[in-house]
Ligand binder design. Structure first.
Ligand code: NAD
Length: 363
C-alpha cells in the first residue's frame, strides 16, 4: 500500500525550507525569500512550483548552475525601459529585487518595460504579478525557459519544441484581492506531471504525447528517456502564445531562445514584464470601478452544469490558501522523502527535520 501524504502547516514548512537553504550556506534573506515563494506556491495549490523544488535547487547550486548572493546587474537603464541580468541567481530573490526596481520606475514614469534575463527558475509567475498588484500596478509577464530540453510540442507537431512558457496578467483592485491570471502555455504545467509521476497516477486525456508522438496518459514520458511532449493549451492559440513568450522573453532580452540552448539542464528563465500605473494613465477610478462591474457581470450568470459558481482568476488560489493554511500542505511520500534526504545530506538530523516540520521522520 502507498504510504499516505504528509501534511505540513505553512509556518513549519517555511521553517524547514529556509533551514535547508541556510544550511546550504545561503543568506538568511535569500533563504527566507525562496521559502516565502515556494511555500506560497504550495498554499496556492501549485505544488509543481512549491517545496518539491528544494532538492532540485540545492543540486543546481552544488553544480554551480544556481548562484546565490548579489547577482542582479543592469544591462540597459533608460528610465522606463530596463534590461536586467539575473546572473543565473536564485529566481525568488532576483525576481523580487527586479520587480521592486520596476515598480519604483512605474511609479515615476507611469510604465516600466522590464526585460529580465538569465535568472534561475522564477517559480510561480503569479507571485510577481501579485507583487506588482500589491503596489497598485497592472502587470503583464511573458516568460521563456532555456538551458534544458524542450517540453511542449507546437500545434501540429509530434516532438517538443518549447518549454511551458508561462503568461501572467495581474490587475489590482483597491482594497480587495487582485485578479491574477497565471498559467503555463502547456495544457498542464510540467511540474504537475512530476507530481502525478511521483504519486503513481495517470494524467487526464489530451495532455501528453509519448516519444513517438502518440497520445498517452503516462506522466513518466516527461521524466524517463525517451522523452515525450506536453501539448499546448488551446490548440493553435496556446501554441501561438508560447511562441510569443519565446520571442518576447528570450528574443527581446538578448538572452536567447530555446533552439540549441538545451545543454545545461538548468531552469534558466527570461521574463518580459510591462507594468502600468493606472493613476498615471489617468484611469484609476475607471480602472477600479470597471473591474467590479466586470466581476459582478460574470458572477451574475447561473452556474453551468458541474460548477458551483463562476470564479475570477486568482480566486481558486486564494480559496486553496485559506484551506491549506488550516489543514497544511499535502506532500506525497516520494517528494517528502527527497526533501528529508536533502536536509539530512546538509547535516540537519532527522530529529531536527521532525521538530522543524512538525512531522515524525522515522530513521
Ligand atoms: P492552472 O492551469 O492551474 O491555471 C491557473 C490559472 O487559472 C490561475 O490564474 C487561476 O486563478 C485560474 N483558474 C483556475 N481555475 C479557475 C476557475 N475555475 N475560474 C477562473 N479562473 C481559474 O496553472 P498551470 O498552467 O498549471 O500553471 C501553474 C503554475 O506554474 C503557474 O503559477 C505558472 O506561473 C507556473 N509556471 C512557471 C514556469 C516557469 O518557468 N517559471 C513554467 C510553467 C509554469
Amino acid at each position: 500500500m502507498t504510504p499516505p501524504d504528509v501534511h505540513v502547516l505553512p509556518a513549519k514548512l517555511h521553517a524547514l525550507t529556509s533551514a535547508i537553504f541556510e544550511r546550504a550556506g545561503w543568506s538568511a534573506r535569500d533563504s527566507g525569500l525562496a521559502a516565502d515563494h515556494l511555500v506560497l506556491a504550495n498554499l496556492s495549490g501549485h505544488d509543481s512550483h512549491g517545496v518539491g523544488m528544494v532538492p532540485r535547487y540545492i543540486l543546481s547550486a552544488r553544480n554551480g548552475l544556481l548562484k546565490t548572493g548579489d547577482t542582479l546587474t543592469t544591462v540597459v537603464d533608460a528610465g522606463a525601459l530596463l534590461t536586467l541580468d539575473g546572473g543565473l541567481g536564485l529566481g525568488q530573490v532576483v525576481g523580487h529585487d527586479a520587480m521592486a526596481i520596476a515598480i519604483d520606475r512605474a511609479r515615476q514614469h507611469g510604465v516600466t518595460v522590464l526585460s529580465l534575463r538569465n535568472t534561475h527558475h522564477l517559480g510561480r509567475i503569479g507571485h510577481w504579478g501579485e507583487q506588482a498588484a500589491a503596489a497598485g500596478l497592472v502587470s503583464m509577464h511573458y516568460v521563456n525557459v532555456i538551458g534544458r530540453p524542450a517540453l511542449v510540442a507546437p500545434w501540429g507537431g509530434s516532438r517538443a519544441r518549447f518549454s511551458t512558457n508561462p503568461v501572467c496578467v495581474a490587475y489590482p483592485r483597491p482594497g480587495q484581492e487582485p485578479i491574477v491570471l497565471d498559467f503555463a502555455t502547456s495544457r498542464i504545467a510540467h511540474g504537475k506531471t512530476r507530481v502525478a509521476w511521483k504519486r503513481g497516477v495517470p494524467v487526464a486525456d489530451d495532455n501528453l504525447l509519448d516519444s513517438e508522438g502518440h497520445p498517452t496518459n503516462d506522466p513518466s514520458v516527461m521524466w524517463t528517456e525517451p522523452l515525450g511532449a506536453l501539448l499546448p493549451f488551446g490548440d493553435h492559440k496556446g501554441y501561438g502564445l508560447a511562441m510569443m513568450c519565446e520571442l518576447l522573453a528570450g528574443g527581446l532580452s538578448g538572452a536567447g531562445t530555446i533552439p540549441g540552448r538545451t545543454d545545461w539542464n538548468v531552469i534558466d528563465n527570461n521574463m518580459l514584464c510591462v507594468l502600468i500605473d493606472p493613476a498615471k494613465l489617468g484611469g484609476a477610478e475607471t480602472q477600479a470601478a470597471e473591474a467590479e462591474r466586470v466581476i459582478e457581470w460574470v458572477r451574475s450568470t447561473p452556474p453551468a452544469e458541474g460548477f458551483d459558481r463562476v470564479r475570477i482568476p486568482g480566486e481558486p488560489e486564494r480559496e486553496m490558501r485559506a484551506q491549506r493554511s488550516a489543514t497544511g500542505t499535502p506532500i506525497d511520500p516520494t517528494t517528502w522523502g527527497e526533501i528529508v534526504a536533502t536536509a539530512v545530506s546538509l547535516g540537519i538530523v532527522r530529529e531536527d527535520v521532525a521538530a522543524l516540520s512538525g512531522v515524525a521522520v522515522p530513521g
